[in-house]
Ligand binder design. Structure first.
Ligand code: UTP
Length: 463
């Protein structure tokens, strides 16, 4: 092993960065495992890792630093009809790609498997991936062309995600228009800044956050693919929001009309206690103000009309100009800042002369996509209705859980039904599901809905 370590010049590096506890671990491993771990270690940028740990240490003592927060200019309804038709033109002309981030670990939901496979819809228990696929098929039908869907996965869920699509015949989408790309990982540390050994005897790492999407697009060839296909704009959304209006023409049009490089949809925050990021200005630059960064006074501050001042809640739906992503990722020195989360990490530790599985608190580093807002020269912040567009599945139960998301879907579809004026009085406990292939939005519902011969709950409308 000594030769192998010398070959990699690792001993000195591990010692100088105070990571030499790894040498003791290596001593306890058979040759094949040592080789794999050494290779893994040789890819680590130790200087960068040390800098990240310093960020963690600073975060323990610092408050907000010198950050000054302000509100962003909000584009709120009624919006110009021209935005909608411009967005539709972009879709018809094939200028829009769809980008889904689905690489997260979904720890809070506690579902075994990728979150996109979670059976969510209220009547048919369709998975999130199926719901999104049906929306994309409906858009393809409406705009008369195939759309390209880029799905970012992580090492932990890539194989399962791909098999899920394969086993389900891509839910009717053209497989050559679905592009999977793998996000990178960052090493986790214990709270003393030491590298951890994962259960598979490699360096313990975690996915690099949804902000990793930018480099993943570049390194996977997705950006190149977009350029070849004439895609100019990307619609970005998260896997946990079944109400996301995929490739909403209004949003696309508003973003394009303003020649924005990156735009965001927000909903109005009405409860000061809601733990949600606020799209606003940080030291004069657009960004997302995390709820923990505002003082209690700022969180509760009201405007003259009685609404909250910091009210534009980030729902993680963005438009990104391809040329903007290219500009950022092709700059060698570009990196989004690292955020820190202290979480339980399963790893191995030397105990009684062997490597034993343990779970301890450790530091995970992640990048967040909203930090790219600060690099955009122009940005649109568009306010939409929460009940129509946002109900994330984050937790196993309680707020933002499968139950609340199902309820939000039922409420939205019930509203469509009532507004159509063609339904009998709806029972209070109506359970209804409308497939995106039946109606993508309320206007389409109104057009397509013909009351069934007998109206009963649960009611499923779709193919
Ligand atoms: P969350 O911040 O909710 O994280 O992700 P999560 O990992 O899914 O869930 P928890 O925190 O472990 O419970 C928001 C979105 O960003 C994606 C997720 O898949 C989700 O769509 N994401 C998050 C990634 O694609 N990669 C990451 O590294 C993190």
């Amino acid at each position: 092993m000594a030769t192998a370590i010398a070959e990699h010049g690792l001993k000195e590096k591990l010692e100088s960065y105070k990571q030499d506890h790894i040498l003791a671990c290596l001593d306890l491993m058979p040759a094949a495992e040592q080789k794999a771990l050494l290779e893994d270690l040789s890819e680590i940028n130790f200087a960068q890792l040390a800098a990240r740990y310093q960020t963690y240490l600073r975060s323990l003592s610092a408050g907000n630093g010198e950050k000054v927060f302000d509100t962003a200019e909000i584009l709120a309804p009624p919006l110009s009809k021209n935005f909608f038709s411009l967005g539709e033109d972009y879709l018809r002309e094939g200028k829009v790609g769809i980008f889904l981030v689905a690489g997260g670990q979904g720890t809070r939901l506690g579902f075994k498997g990728p979150k996109g496979c979670f059976p969510l819809s209220p009547v048919k228990s369709k998975s999130l991936f199926q719901l999104f696929s049906e929306s994309i098929r409906a858009l393809e039908r409406r705009y008369g062309r195939r759309l390209c869907w880029y799905i970012m996965t992580s090492r932990e869920n890539d194989a399962q995600t791909r098999s899920f699509f394969n086993d389900n015949q891509y839910f009717g989408l053209a497989p050559d228009h679905v592009f999977f790309l793998l996000q990178a990982e960052l090493p986790s540390l214990d709270r003393e800044g030491k590298l951890l050994l994962s259960r598979d005897r490699l360096v313990s790492k975690n996915p690099d956050g949804h902000g990793g999407a930018l480099t993943a697009m570049n390194e996977s060839g997705a950006l190149q693919d977009m350029q070849e296909k004439g895609i100019e704009e990307l619609f970005y959304f998260q896997v946990d929001n079944p109400l996301a209006k995929i490739a909403d023409p209004l949003f696309i049009g508003a973003h394009a009309e303003h020649r924005a490089e990156m735009s965001t949809k927000v909903v109005e925050k009405t409860d000061p206690a809601e733990r949600v990021g606020i799209i606003g200005k940080i030291n004069g630059r657009m960004g997302c103000i995390e709820y923990s960064e505002l003082t209690p006074a700022e969180t509760a501050e009201k405007k003259a009309d009685g609404t909250l001042r910091f009210a534009s809640a980030n729902i993680a739906i963005h438009m990104l100009k391809r040329s903007f992503i290219e500009k950022l990722t092709r700059d060698q020195g570009f990196a989004l800042p690292c955020h820190i989360a202290v979480k339980d990490i399963e790893c191995l530790a030397v105990q009684g002369g062997t490597l034993m599985p343990v779970t301890g608190r450790g530091i995970k580093f992640e990048m967040f996509i909203f930090d790219a807002l600060g690099f955009a020269q122009r940005s649109v912040t568009m306010q939409v209705k929460r009940e129509e567009e946002f109900s994330p599945v984050k937790n196993f139960d309680g707020v933002d859980s499968p139950q609340t998301a199902k309820r939000a879907m039922i409420q939205l579809f019930t509203q469509w039904l009532k507004n159509s004026g063609k339904a009998p009085p709806c029972p209070d406990d109506l359970v209804i599901e409308v497939s995106p292939l039946y109606a993508l939005d309320e206007a389409e519902f109104r057009k397509n809905y013909t009351p069934p011969a007998s109206f009963s709950s649960p009611l499923y409308l779709g193919p």
